[in-house]
Write a protein that binds this ligand. Sequence first.
Ligand SMILES: Cc1ncc(COP(=O)(O)O)c(C=O)c1O
Length: 405
Amino acid sequence: MSFDPDALRAEFPALSQTGTVYLDNAATTHKPQAVLAAMTRFYQQDNANVHRGAHRLSARATRAFEGARHQLAEFLNAPASEEVIFTGGTTDGMNLLASSLGQMVLTPGDSVLIDGWAHHASIVPWQQAALRAGAQLVPIPLSERGDLDEAAFMALLQDKPKVVVLTQICNALGSRTPLARWLPLARQAGALTVVDGAQAVGHEPVDLQRLGCDFYAFSGHKMYGPTGIGVLWGRADLLDAMPPYRFGGEMIHKVSFEQTSFNTLPFKFEAGTPAIAQAIGLGAAAHWLQQQDRAAMARHEAQLLARARTGLSQLDGVTLYSAFDDNVGALAFNLDGEHHQDVGIWLDQAGIAVRCGHHCCQPLMQQLGIRGSCRMSVAAYNSEEEIEAFLAALNDYQEFLYDDA
Ligand SMILES: Cc1ncc(COP(=O)(O)O)c(C=O)c1O
C-alpha cells in the first residue's frame, strides 16, 4: 500500500473541473471516482426499492444496500452490523439519539454534559431534549490554554450526568477532545457516552471497539462519500431498549389501527424508503478509504497544516485560534482589523475556497470573544502548491491593505 498524493488527486474529477483551490474540506469533501461510479452503477443497473420487492432488481438493490451496511461495520470495527443505523448525517443521527435516548433516560433535574467546542448539531438536539425532560445541558468550558478544561470536566462528572456528549475533533478549530482519557472517566461516573465523529472519520481510522463509547455519529459527505447519508452507531442493547424515533413503513413488525409492534435493529430506526444510492456511495467511500494508506494520508495532511501554520504565523497581524500543533484537518484565523467575510471574498477572488463565519459553533465563538473566523481545512488530495497559493493570496491581501493605508 503506498500513498501518492498526485495519483490520489487524479481520482477526484471535481478537482480538475472546478478550477478551485479547495480548502473547505471540513464543510464537505469532494468525491472520488469510485464513489461516483458506485452510485451511477446502482441507478443504471440495480435501481429498485429495498427489502420489499418480489423481483430480482429489488433483491440486487437490497444486497447492495445491506452490503454497504456491512462495509461500514467493518470500516468502524463495530461489533455487529445491525448496530449501524443509516441516517441523513450527523445532525440527523444526533436528533434521533437526543430524542429517543433522551426520552428513555432523562428525568427532571438530570444533566447532560457537552464539550465547549461542540457543533450546533450536537448542542441543539441535546438542549431541546433536556428542556423537554426538565433536565439541563451543561457545557464543559475551555481552559486558559484554549483546550477543554479537564479539571472542570472531572468536577462536573461528580454531579453524575446521565449523558456525556463529546466532539472527537472540533470543526471550527481542528482541536482534539482527549477521548482516550475522557470516555473511561465518563463511563466510570455512570454516564452514557456519545461521540460526534463528523470531523474524524475522513482523517483517521475509527475503531469503535477500542474507542469505547456507547454511540457514535458521523456524516458520509465529510469522508469522501455522498451528502444525505450518515451513520449512527450504538450499542445493540441500548438501541434495542430505545423507543423508535420516526414512524412509518419498514420500521414496523405488525400494524393495526389500534396498535403497532416494531421491527428489530437496524430497521426499527429506518422508517420509509432509505437513501439507497447514498448508502451504497457511502459504502464505496468506506471501501475506498480502507484501501488507502491512511497513516500516510494523515501525515500528508499534517504536513500541509504545518506549512499553513508556519506561513500564517509569518504574516503580520494574523491571530491563529487553532492553538495546538496536533490539530486535525483545520486551522482557524483572523486578520487583525479585518472582517472574516472580507478575507473570504478576497480568497474566493483568488480562486481559493475557505469557510468564514461562526462554523456552527456560536458558543465556542463567544468563549473565544469573536463573531467568527476564517477556516482553511485540508483533505488528502490537497497539495503543497495549494497551500502556497493560499498563503500568497493572504500576503497579497495584506499588501493591498498596506497600499490602501
Ligand atoms: C463536528 C461536526 N458535527 C456535526 C456536523 C453536522 O454535520 P451534517 O451537517 O453533515 O449533519 C458537522 C458539520 O460541519 C461537524 O463538523
